[in-house]
Design a protein around this ligand. Sequence first.
Ligand SMILES: [Zn+2]
Ligand SMILES: [Zn+2]
Length: 338
Amino acid sequence: MKSLMFVAPGRLRFDEVDAPVLVDGTDALVRPLAATTCDLDHHVIADRTPFSGFGPFPLGHECVGTVVETGPDCTDVAVGDVVGVAWHIACGTCAQCAQGHPARCLRHGDAQYGLPVNGAWGGCFDELIRVPYADYNLVRLPAGADPVHLASIGDNLALGWETVVPAVAGITDPKVAVFGGTGSIGLYCVDAAVQLAGARTVYYDDDSVRMAVAERLGAEVQDVHGRREKDFHLAVDASCDPERLRKALLSVVPEGRVNSVGIYFEDVPLPLLALYQRGVHFHNGKGHARPSMTPTLEAVAAGRLRPELVTSGIYAWEEIPDVLTSGRAGHKPVFVLE
Ligand SMILES: [Zn+2]
Ligand SMILES: [Zn+2]
């Protein structure tokens, strides 16, 4: 089969590799229907992460696909199911998984598709993927849903729900700020904030394309370099930019929440005295995806989320290397495997 390899910054190629096989009884094999980039992948390709020095490795960890084979111990998934694939490898039963933290799975740690960490799991731009603990890590898509715009359900799309909905639960008339910059995650957060949290939502950025999408999703849009309001119940930092992170931290009401989904590979100074005086609940960490995939898909099925507005382009599978290295990918390119 063909596997998309990250070779070096700005260089991707398809390699011919052995197709995966079932190893454990709880495994399933999935053939992607559509796959997309995590915002992180663009940073890897652009040489802005430590991973960028570790090529070649299979890239990609967001896809939806069809189950083509199941092990004898799979009970919830069956051949022919159209499913979303969680980006991480998680057992679903250890103490961390049981608490809803599969990205901290005690059996598999940092293991995931599409990055060279903790095992060789292939990438979601492979033509076939082995999914361990398939009953846990796969989620059936709603009947009739277009899989193309759900390609991100196993990571960034579910992260929109995870970042916003629990953080403002129980707040009357919530007010949410989203500081964009990474690509798609901030936009999925806007959709969840507007549609699911019923929040007045302000999107801060300086990219006119992403700002237009945020506006269509129902946010008020502001220049991130201009004045900002400072009474948000939740500020989301989806920027990977220390200056925007600082603005997010200083934009919430006393005892407000700040969720940062950006990855900072170097230390960033924080205004700790201001945070102390304000009382800020700050979370920075991986998205757990799997627990949020189900409510996200339910919201899509109910017509409440509109991931199709975030998709920046739809391309053929063969175009992956060129689209992702030529600067024409936009914030969320989806690739369809025939
Ligand atoms: Zn990711
Ligand atoms: Zn686990």
